[in-house]
Ligand binder design. Structure first.
Ligand SMILES: [Zn+2]
Length: 359
């Protein structure tokens, strides 16, 4: 399971720098830019050992600016959930352009066979992606929602059934929910979920005991569960030999609540602010990354128009796809990479994009 991960690990771990930058998120303007840049230049094309010491020997103590964002803009491809199709459909398309991607892995789903059409990738597949220059990012331990969702129906004290805007937090029966309006906080266990004449609901193990007003009341997982989804997934993936710096939020559900935990573990979030593909060239904040889809839920015209704008503004595009979806084929991914290529836009991993744009 070692593959290329040792060199990647050395690269990030070796620069005590990168760790410092990590803690501060914005504190990467010091002295290490050259080393990062040099390492990047050979990354992905040469997984050879021994380049690290060479770079270090050449490294002078001068203060250097970090590399500028690419003049003609950049795009990060972020794939969801770690299905086998990331390996069979996306990897060949990306190889054809020698372009990397970032893939969001649910740590407990690695090697899972009963997922969608073809199961999930195993460790060996992930190592091959890393060898091809890809970044592995965390997508939680169990695909749990890490943000909050408001109630859309008022609830009475006797109610065991609540109607949040979306019922993501109900998908894991037996987990504890925190239901709060900021002043009163209740904890109940998820009994079930479903839909009735009123809408989609979560059933709780016992009545609320208090009235909860729609809008003012939100549903979320308590701190310990969010902390586990964010922190344990990273630790588990790192124990497999992968360097984990970024996070992809399940269901595009991310907000100030989850941000409070995520900044302790990660350098950035792939989909912190879902709904647009374009991040500014200046003032990019990796904890507010905008991402949207590029095959499902959209049209080729919309994607090409955004790529035009990314190229014109030198902006950072972050685009996603679920490769297990029928329409997300190798051909469609290849076609999109062709549009990126013909506009002279660079393809980066999210980790690389943060280094270039977050400054
Ligand atoms: Zn997902």
């Amino acid at each position: 399971m070692n593959g290329a991960s040792p060199s990647r690990r050395q690269f990030l771990g070796g620069g005590a720098v990168a760790v410092v930058g990590l803690a501060g998120c914005l504190g990467r303007l010091d002295g290490t830019a050259d080393e990062e840049d040099d390492d990047r230049a050979t990354d992905g094309t040469d997984a050879g050992d021994g380049k690290e010491p060479e770079v270090r020997d050449d490294e002078a103590e001068e203060e250097e600016e970090p590399p500028d964002p690419p003049e003609g803009g950049a795009v990060v491809f972020v794939y969801d959930d770690g299905p086998m199709e990331d390996y069979t459909q996306a990897l060949p398309a990306h190889r054809a352009f020698d372009a990397p991607a970032t893939t969001g892995i649910v740590s407990e789903w690695i090697g899972r066979e009963d997922f969608q059409n073809s199961g999930c990738m195993d460790v060996e597949h992930l190592e091959e992606l890393v060898d091809a220059g890809w970044e592995i990012c965390s997508h939680t331990t169990e695909h749990t929602a890490v943000g909050t969702l408001p109630l859309v129906e008022d609830a009475a004290p006797s109610d065991e059934r609540i109607y949040p805007e979306e019922i993501r937090h109900g998908y894991h029966r037996g987990k504890t929910l925190e239901i709060t309006d900021g002043e009163r906080t209740l904890h109940r266990t998820v009994a079930d979920y479903g839909s009735d004449g009123t809408g989609r609901y979560i059933d709780l193990d016992e009545p609320l005991g208090e009235a909860c007003a729609a809008g003012d009341t939100i549903v979320r997982y308590p701190e310990e569960q969010v902390e586990e989804a964010l922190g344990k997934s990273k630790r588990d993936l790192e124990a497999l030999g992968f360097e984990i710096d970024t996070f992809l939020a399940p269901y595009d559900n991310f907000d100030d609540y989850s941000r409070g935990f995520a900044t302790e573990h990660y350098d950035g979030i792939a989909n912190a602010d879902h709904g647009s593909r374009i991040n500014p060239r200046e003032g990019f904040d990796p904890f507010h990354t905008k991402r949207d889809y590029f095959i499902e839920f959209t049209s080729p015209d919309s994607v090409r128009a955004d790529l035009d704008e990314i190229g014109d503004r030198g902006a950072l595009g972050v685009i996603g796809a679920h490769t297990f979806k029928e329409e997300v084929t190798e051909e469609r991914i290849h076609e999109t990479l062709g549009w990126v290529d013909e506009r002279g836009i660079e393809v980066l991993t999210l980790r690389e994009a943060i280094e270039r744009y977050a400054r």
